[in-house]
Design a protein around this ligand. Structure first.
Ligand SMILES: NC(=O)c1ccc[n+]([C@@H]2O[C@H](COP(=O)([O-])OP(=O)(O)OC[C@H]3O[C@@H](n4cnc5c(N)ncnc54)[C@H](OP(=O)(O)O)[C@@H]3O)[C@@H](O)[C@H]2O)c1
Length: 284
C-alpha cells in the first residue's frame, strides 16, 4: 500500500477508524471486532484511530481503546502500527460532553496509557475544543504530556486555522496532525487542510463517507463519485478515499469499519488512480 507520513513516522495512506466497532448500534461482538482489526492489518493498514470516549455510554468508557489493544496483542506477529487516540471528550450516560482542562487531560492520558498497555502513546489528539477551557491551556497540557514523555506526538481535532497556529506555537514540533471532518458532502475544512499542507502537518479527514449512518447512501448523496466509480469499476468508497488522497500528500483518511469487507475494500483505495478530468469533476 502507498505510504504517507505523520511526523517522522511512515504509515499506510489509508488508516482504520475504529469508532464503529464500539459505537455502531449493531456493532460486532468482541471476536468479530478483533477480526476486523486483523483484516485491516492484513490489508497493510498501519494506522488505527481510536479515542477513550468511543463507547456506547459512560459505563463502558475506554471500550474502543481496549478492543484495539486486545486485537493488536492477538494478531500473532507484532505489527508496527501507529495507534492514535484522543482525550477531551467525556460521556455522561450516552451523551457526549467536553473537558479540556489540564488536570483532566493528564488523567485521561494516563488512563489511555493503561488501556493501550504502552509506555508512551504514539499520537495523542485533543478531541475537540472545550469552550469552558481557554484553548491555550489545553494546548499547554498537551505540550506537558509530550515533554513528560507520556505521548510521542500530539494532534488536535476539530480545530480552525487560528487554533492550529496557536497549537503550533505552544506544542512546538511535537504537533504533527489535525483531524477534521471532510467528505464529499462536507468540505468546510478546506482551509485547514491547505494550512496543514503548507506546514507539513498530517490532515486526517474524519467521517470520510459522511459518517456511519450516511455511509450506506453515499452513492445517492455523491452522484459524481458514483459515476466515476462506475467508470473505474470500483466502489464509490474507494473513489472517495482516492479523492481524499489527491487533495494533498499530507492527507491520511481514516475510514470507519465494523465489517472486515469494508476496510479491505477501503484499503485498496490507495491503488486507485484518478485522471485530472475525473478529479476536476469530483472537486466541483
Ligand atoms: N475527531 C472526531 O471528532 C471524529 C468524529 C467522528 C469520527 N472520527 C473518526 O473518524 C473515523 C471515520 O468516521 P466514521 O466511522 O464516523 O464514518 P465514515 O468513515 O464516514 O463511515 C463509516 C461507515 O462506512 C462504512 N464503510 C466504510 N468503508 C466501506 C466500504 N469500503 N464499503 C462499504 N461501506 C464502507 C462502514 O460500514 P460497516 O460498519 O458496515 O463496516 C462504516 O460504518 C471514525 O471511525 C473515528 O475514528 C473522529
Amino acid at each position: 500500500m502507498q505510504q504517507r507520513r505523520i511526523g517522522d513516522t511512515t504509515v499506510s495512506a489509508i488508516g482504520l477508524g475504529a469508532m464503529p466497532l464500539s459505537t455502531k448500534e449493531d456493532r460486532p461482538g468482541p471476536e468479530e471486532a478483533e477480526a476486523v482489526v486483523h483484516a485491516a492489518l492484513d490489508s497493510g493498514v498501519t494506522l488505527i484511530d481510536t479515542a477513550d470516549a468511543y463507547a456506547r455510554d459512560e459505563g463502558e468508557f475506554g471500550h474502543n481503546e481496549e478492543l484495539v489493544a486486545r486485537a493488536l496483542r492477538s494478531y500473532g506477529s507484532a505489527p508496527d502500527v501507529l495507534v492514535a487516540t484522543k482525550g477531551g471528550h467525556t460521556r455522561r450516560g450516552s451523551d457526549w460532553e467536553l473537558d479540556g482542562s489540564p488536570a483532566y487531560l493528564r488523567r485521561a492520558c494516563e488512563a489511555s496509557l493503561r488501556r493501550l498497555g504502552v509506555d508512551a502513546i504514539d499520537l495523542y489528539q485533543f478531541h475537540r475544543p472545550d469552550p469552558a477551557t481557554p484553548w491555550e491551556e489545553s494546548m499547554g497540557a498537551l505540550r506537558e504530556l509530550a515533554d513528560a514523555g507520556l505521548v510521542r506526538t500530539v494532534g488536535i481535532s476539530n480545530a480552525d486555522v487560528a487554533q492550529i497556529d496557536v497549537a503550533r506555537s505552544i506544542v512546538g514540533p511535537a504537533l504533527v496532525s489535525v483531524q477534521n471532518q471532510f467528505s464529499p458532502g462536507w468540505r468546510h475544512s478546506r482551509d485547514e487542510l491547505a494550512h496543514c499542507a503548507g506546514h507539513g502537518l498530517a490532515f486526517l479527514p474524519w467521517s470520510p463517507f459522511g459518517g456511519v449512518s450516511a455511509a450506506g447512501s453515499l452513492d445517492a448523496a455523491a452522484p459524481a463519485f458514483a459515476e466515476v466509480a462506475e467508470e473505474l469499476g470500483v466502489s464509490v468508497y474507494r473513489v472517495t478515499l482516492a479523492w481524499h488522497l489527491a487533495q494533498a500528500d499530507v492527507v491520511v483518511p481514516i475510514p470507519g469499519a465494523s465489517r472486515a469487507g469494508s476496510i479491505q475494500d477501503s484499503a485498496a483505495a490507495a491503488e486507485v488512480e484518478l485522471t485530472p478530468e475525473q478529479l476536476a469533476r469530483l472537486d466541483a
